[in-house]
Design a protein around this ligand. Structure first.
Ligand code: P6P
Length: 338
């Protein structure tokens, strides 16, 4: 059987291609992979372990009930990154403020990590896919000093690497840098992530659109226009399919492979939508754009948005470039789908 390259071998191969690289980013991604393996064990036991399943009764900064696995995932990622050599601090969707590691080694690390430790966790109790989402930025503050909030409030154009781990029938890490997007499936027989998709490209078009209709009972005009657009495609014999898991990693992973478009517009009560710019929109936009797709907030590229606060939200339209272009053209490039 063909020997598959492990994540470790892949990052070393990348290092060999860039002799000037320090190896810090490779080491950081391997650390995240280690945490993901530990999270994967607990996610796979969910349902068997009342102790770790279900809610903690706490409410996080997003006003959402915190699932115990959320807390476990956050702790695993913080632990490997704090004990590693390559990360100066973390901003997590689960924590109100940044986590500054502030020790001599960490203060000299050149990267910071932003993450959603377990996105879609409300799906855990019904055994649907959930995911870890992360992005890596180079610090803008001087090495040798503790990182500050300034290191985290950078636009997505400054992302050095981003990825997600989807805990589904397989556990797969999708990892993107400006050199391309690659995916690694966890092989439980050796406990390693093994390269399964090289140089992933998001198909220019697809037949899938993902939207939670329930959020738009009144359907504002722009939404109505887009639904009509998709329905009209059906009438012309081109079957457009609506697929929506309610777990961002699962919905985008499917569209990345098959082609498609995901829409989370602003709603009446949440004009800026539900999804978090730093922890969900930016990393997913980076991954999709490195694979040839496109992502906007309806008015501008997601990656160009200058964040004001750690937990700000943004509408998100993301997916196949041809479908994104059609969407914008169809509604004549006006401010779409707020
Ligand atoms: P809705 C999960 O809670 C999440 O943050 C994303 O993973 C997912 O895409 C979205 O919310 C689903 O939101 O309003 O459709 O339930």
């Amino acid at each position: 059987m063909r020997k598959l390259m492990t994540l470790e071998e892949f990052t070393i191969q990348e290092l060999r291609a860039f002799p000037k690289a320090t190896g810090q980013l490779s080491g950081l991604v391997r650390d995240i992979g280690l945490a993901a393996k530990r999270i994967n064990v607990e996610v796979n036991k969910a349902g068997l372990m009342d102790a770790i399943l279900g809610a903690t009764g706490y409410i996080n900064v997003q006003g959402e009930e915190v699932q115990k696995l959320d807390v476990f995932a956050d702790n695993q990622l913080v632990s490997v990154l704090r004990n590693g050599l390559f990360c100066a601090g973390i901003a997590s969707e689960e924590n109100d403020d940044i986590l500054v590691f502030d020790d001599e080694v960490s203060n000299n690390a050149k990267y910071v990590v932003l993450m959603d430790p377990l996105d879609g966790s409300s799906n855990i109790d019904v055994n649907m896919p959930v995911g870890t989402i992360f992005s890596v930025y180079r610090r803008v503050t001087p090495l040798g000093t503790p990182c500050t909030k300034e290191d985290f409030l950078q636009p997505g154009t400054r992302i050095v690497a981003a990825g997600y781990i989807i805990y589904g029938p397989s556990t797969i890490m999708v990892y993107a840098t400006r050199r391309g997007v690659n995916a690694f499936t966890l092989d439980p027989s050796i406990g390693e992530f093994c390269l399964c998709y090289s140089n992933m490209k998001c198909p220019e078009r697809g037949d899938i659109y993902s939207l939670n209709y329930g959020n738009y009972g009144g359907y504002n005009d722009q939404i109505k226009k887009y639904i009509d657009f998709c329905e009209r495609k059906k009438q012309n014999g081109k079957c457009y399919t609506q697929r929506y898991v309610g777990s961002l990693v699962a919905d985008i992973h499917r569209n990345l492979i098959k082609g498609g478009i995901f829409l989370y517009p602003g709603t009446a009560e949440k004009p800026k939508g539900k999804l978090r710019l730093l922890y969900e929109c930016n990393p997913m936009a980076f991954i999709i754009e490195m694979a040839g797709g496109h992502a906007t907030n309806g008015k501008q590229s997601i990656l160009s948005i200058i964040p004001d606060t750690l937990h700000e939200r943004s509408p998100l339209f993301i997916g196949s470039s041809g479908m994104m272009q059609e969407l914008h053209q169809y509604i004549k490039g006006t401010a779409i789908l707020y």
